[in-house]
Write a protein that binds this ligand. Structure first.
Ligand code: FEO
Length: 179
């Protein structure tokens, strides 16, 4: 059974939101890059790849359900922040917004008795808990460090060690129907 048109439109909207998140984090990566905080920049580049994977997971799902992916323009993202705390506070705010969007999708899937989409969305519900928790913990640490140079450098090393999720490459490369 092909996916309901309302669900198809909502998922296309979410593909755009995930690509917008990827673009936002890439902009943040470049802000850190310009300050030679390469570990922070690496964390943001990794986040950019994770968001692209989130978008591609929706893309693949829509293809599998007989829907049509329609890509829309990606909205403009900010390019300047006051300091690293402000950057990560925006990450927390942004992830809370994405959680709201995912919850809306779950609500729609349930209204439409679309159990396949409801089940698929569980992965995102869990992922959002992790994303909000991780970003919140970084803000807390950055506030403790404040503007202490040694602390910031130590944090730069920590964030620079972030590994890319094992799902990134297979999800992006997975072509539905050709596996
Ligand atoms: Fe795709 Fe960071 O939520």
């Amino acid at each position: 059974m092909s996916i309901d048109k309302k669900m198809e439109t909502a998922i296309n909207g979410q593909i755009n939101a995930e690509m917008h998140s990827a673009y936002l984090y890439l902009s943040m990566a470049s802000w850190f890059e310009a300050r030679s905080l390469n570990g922070f920049a690496h964390w943001m580049r990794t986040q950019y790849m994770e968001e692209t994977m989130h978008a591609m997971k929706f893309y693949n799902f829509l293809c599998e359900r007989g829907g049509r992916v329609l890509l829309k323009p990606i909205g403009e993202v900010p390019t300047e922040w006051k300091d690293q705390i402000e950057v990560f506070e925006e990450v927390v705010k942004h992830e809370a917004l994405v959680t709201g969007l995912i919850n809306k999708l779950v609500r729609l899937a349930r209204e439409l008795d679309d159990y396949a989409t409801d089940s698929f969305l569980n992965w995102y519900v869990d992922e959002q808990v992790e994303e909000e928790d991780t970003a919140g913990a970084i803000v807390a640490k950055l506030k403790l460090i404040a503007n202490d140079g040694m602390g910031i450098l130590q944090m730069d090393g920590e964030l620079g060690a972030r590994a890319v999720s094992a799902l990134v490459s297979p999800t992006i490369m997975n072509e539905p129907g050709k596996a």
